[in-house]
Design a binder for this molecule. Structure first.
Ligand code: DAT
Ligand code: MG
Length: 149
């Protein structure tokens, strides 16, 4: 079972899409193991996006992510990292596959609604950045036998 980090970015919160976007991950069968809403400090934003430091869009990306609260969650499931990336869609909403979140709700790369970890290494790093070990709930859902073989 994999665990991945999902961030519903400021535009998702401001547009009132939090419930709709979480519902997509739930309906896919993923299990939420941690969830919170918070205002992001510039320091945390820079650490989260450290791989993009120095790129032309970095300052705008940080300004965007700290502009309003975000919802951060951990989602568990078989192949969760790749499944969530596919559910979210391509970085540029204009190029995302219809049916993905970024295609269905977005138009521009700087307002692409959701962050999702892109590899097991990123997931481990990002989960540790946003959550403490005690923040994760380990539980069984009664419905799991109808989702997991
Ligand atoms: P993703 O969010 O799909 O993992 P990424 O890690 O390459 O994409 O980039 C992080 C975020 O930075 C992305 O969601 C939007 C922004 N971004 C990426 N490339 C950009 C570009 N060329 N111009 C403006 N913003 C960009
Ligand atoms: Mg990325």
């Amino acid at each position: 079972m994999e665990r991945t980090l999902i961030i519903l970015k400021p535009d998702a919160v401001q547009r009132g899409l939090v419930g709709e976007l979480i519902a997509r991950f739930e309906r896919r069968g993923l299990k939420i193991s941690a969830l919170k809403l918070l205002s992001v400090s510039p320091e945390l934003a820079r650490r989260h996006y450290a791989e993009h430091e120095g790129k032309p869009f970095f300052d705008g990306l940080i300004a965007y992510i700290i502009s309003s609260p975000v919802v951060v969650m951990a989602a568990d499931g078989p192949g969760a990292i790749g499944v969530v990336r596919n559910t979210v869609g391509s970085t540029r909403p204009a190029e995302a596959t219809p049916g993905s979140i970024r295609a269905d709700f977005g138009l521009m790369v700087g307002r692409n609604l959701v962050h999702a970890s892109d590899s097991p290494e990123s997931a481990a790093r990002e989960l540790a950045l946003w959550f403490a070990a005690g923040d994760f709930a380990e539980y069984v859902r009664a419905i799991d036998t109808w989702i997991l073989e």
